[in-house]
Write a protein that binds this ligand. Structure first.
Ligand code: G3I
Ligand code: 9MR
Ligand code: CA
Length: 612
């Protein structure tokens, strides 16, 4: 069948380093309605993968659901699983999609019901298929799966695009066609004249004081900038670099700084770090919670969103997250002293003055002023922010007092989220455990990571979908829960090499790329049936049908807080299926920097850690 890839999409993707690897798949595979334009998948072959005649003929007869798997594919040595709707079949086959030759057959597991999706499913394990190529999974009585690829570079374009998404969300930047292709746009939000809101007034900076606070990334589908969410997002990118530098050192993302002797991932991260630095009040070390409009903008491009901007209330959470990120950045950027003279020392000093402010102001939580209606990122529990900042300051400064301040024996590890960051401190301590001072309890550090990874692995092993997500995990931004779980599992694997941890982490990359109850890939531009209509103002307002590639949608969650503003109904109220691929759905289909950053981390981790 004819495959249509618009020239403009191909040329845009060429700019993200994806030229020559895009293969559209119009329908075919298990999907009932493949979007031919969004249906791009990285494949080794440059030929489109045709729908098999068996799939075509079985299609009409089947109404029970589809085989779900990672729509991009796998590394040769990855664990490889597919979820099959439970029916009479007890076996499956893997077929070479090009030659149509059967390369593997195996037995399906017994049927079991995944509580989160209320589906009865069986599992197909085809991990032993390792030869690079394009394949599909076939089960009697069910549509063939989408074709997928096994290749050594199967995730490299995904890793690159998920970082380039941050470039596409740059505040204060004109995006040029040479870097952004069809997604070029004029500069939005210079942010060189930002007002101090009354909630943020101090003697040195009374209400109405004008400050300059340019750069940074837009938080999400909106055009505001929030320090708390910047904290976990920026850290996750820095951690990806700190843990897997070899993946990024030679990567060319075609961003304005490419070629400047700093890896592109760090150049992109610096765009936000420079903004964060400007959010600290130099007079006292406290950090403003957010830089925002009074109200959310309409559906317009950045340069058309010209409302007055304010810095709002200094908070303890923002100040501690800032301290943690600056302490981390200080040590990661120390090796670039020649390129960034004084930057590392400046960041550590900023982190220490922020810490001092937080210690003096330990309980200032965010209270939304009456005239401000944008995102809150409010958080009443600050023990985790203290612990994370203390851990990063300890690692970078080597001052034992920070280790003590972390309260290690009473701080447990949890899956990281914007409101609960204690796990990030344990991740950093585990990475640096060989170079810590004598005060650090290395066994405790290992136990914290291994204990949490083991819990997740146990859930994965017992899951009918072979994933770590459970019904309660389906909150706003559920895909970042999935990827946060994977980040923890990756740390477990890095600590002790337990293969199940790597396989469970892989499962969560599979999950966001298609092995989920919606049968969709949640990453724009990646997968046969991927998110097409994210709640992302530029993607909606630019007049281009395709969304900007490389963004992950928030994902299913049953809250449906947006449904009164949607003209189309959600397809389901069931937790794992409550996802609406429509612009209106900010509660399931927004994009956000703290959701993309763990995608960068996990995709790079799989590339770096999966045995070759
Ligand atoms: O954690 C609780 C959980 O314990 C409880 O069982 C569950 C039941 O509803 O709720 C969970 O909390 C939810 C929380 O997200 C989870 O992180 C809240 O209900 C939910 O309202 C909250 O949503 C937040 C949303 O803003 C609304 O405030 C998201 O976390 C947060 O990511 C999102 O952030 C927005 C910014 O405000 C503005 N910019 C876009 C960004 C992304 O949508
Ligand atoms: O676009 C906003 C999104 O970034 C937020 O996450 C979301 C929840 O705070 O709110 C969105 O803005 C909506 C507003 O809350 C209600 N009116 C419709 C707006 C979206 O068009
Ligand atoms: Ca907290």
């Amino acid at each position: 069948m004819a495959v249509f890839i618009p020239t403009r999409l191909v040329s845009a993707l060429a700019l993200v380093g994806l030229a020559g690897v895009m293969v559209g798949c119009g329908s075919g595979g298990g999907g009932s309605s493949g979007n031919s334009v969004a249906s791009s998948v990285k494949a080794a072959s440059s030929e489109p993968v045709a729908m098999s005649s068996a799939a075509a003929s079985s299609k009409a007869a089947v109404a029970m659901g589809n085989i779900k798997l990672n729509q991009l594919g796998f590394l040769p040595e990855s664990a490889k699983w597919a979820v099959v709707p439970a029916g009479a079949a007890t076996s499956f086959k893997v077929i070479n999609a090009t030659t149509k030759v059967e390369v593997f057959s195996g037995n399906l597991s017994a049927a079991a019901t995944w509580t989160a999706s209320e589906e009865s499913v069986k599992l197909a394990d085809f991990s032993s298929v390792k030869t690079p190529g394009d394949y599909l999974v076939r089960v009697e009585g069910v549509n063939d799966s989408y074709p997928f690829t096994i290749a050594n570079d199967v995730y490299s374009a995904l890793t690159a695009a998920s970082i380039k998404a941050f470039y596409f969300n740059r505040n204060s930047a004109e995006l040029l066609a040479t870097q952004a292709g069809v997604f070029a746009r004029p500069l939005g939000h210079a942010d060189t004249r930002v007002l101090v809101h009354p909630s943020a007034a101090s003697a040195a900076r009374p209400a109405g004081t004008v400050i300059s606070s340019p750069k940074g990334w837009y938080d999400a589908g909106d055009y505001n900038k929030y320090i708390v969410n910047s904290g976990i997002a920026t850290y996750s990118l820095l951690a990806a670099y700190e843990h897997f530098p070899q993946i990024f050192n030679s990567q060319n993302l075609n961003i304005p700084e490419s070629g400047n002797a700093i890896p592109d991932l760090l150049d992109e991260t610096l765009w936000n770090l420079e903004w964060m630095l400007s959010m600290q009040d130099p007079n006292d070390g406290g950090v403003y919670h957010k830089l925002t409009n009074k109200n959310f903008d309409g559906t317009v491009m950045p340069h058309r969103a010209t409302s007055e901007r304010y810095v709002v209330q200094k908070t303890t959470a923002a100040t501690l997250d800032f301290a943690a990120v600056m302490a981390t950045a200080s040590r990661v950027l120390a090796q670039y002293e020649t390129q960034l003279p004084g930057m590392s020392a400046k960041m550590l000093a900023a982190a220490e003055s922020a810490w001092a402010w937080a210690v003096a102001n330990p309980g200032i939580t965010y209270k939304q002023p009456d005239d401000i209606k944008t995102g809150e990122y409010g958080d009443g529990n600050l023990a985790d922010e203290f612990a994370w900042a203390a851990a990063e300051l300890y690692i970078t400064s080597k001052k034992d007092a920070y280790y003590t301040a972390m309260k290690p024996t009473e701080t447990f590890a949890t899956v990281p989220s914007w409101a609960d960051v204690r796990g990030l401190g344990w991740i950093s301590l585990a990475h640096h455990r060989q170079s810590l001072t004598a005060i650090a309890d290395k066994q405790l550090i290992a136990n914290r990571i291994d204990g949490l990874a083991n819990d997740l692995q146990t859930t994965w092993a017992a899951s009918p979908y072979r994933v770590t997500m459970q019904k309660d995990d389906f909150v706003w931004g559920s895909n970042s829960v999935a990827l946060g779980q994977a980040m923890v599992l990756v740390q477990g694997y890095r600590l002790n090499g337990k293969r199940e941890y790597l396989d469970a982490a892989q499962a969560m990359l599979d999950y966001v790329l298609g092995r989920n109850a919606t049968d969709m890939s949640f990453v724009t531009g990646y997968g046969h049936k991927a998110t097409m209509h994210p709640h992302h103002r530029p993607s909606e307002a630019d007049g281009i049908a395709e969304p900007i590639p490389g963004f992950i949608a928030g994902g299913p969650q049953p809250g449906q807080q947006d449904k009164s503003g949607c003209n189309v109904p959600y397809p389901s109220t069931i937790a794992a299926k409550s996802y609406l691929d429509d612009w209106c759905s900010y509660a399931s289909n927004e994009i956000a920097i703290n959701w993309n950053a763990p995608l960068v981390y996990v995709s790079a981790a799989m590339e770096a850690l999966t045995p070759r």
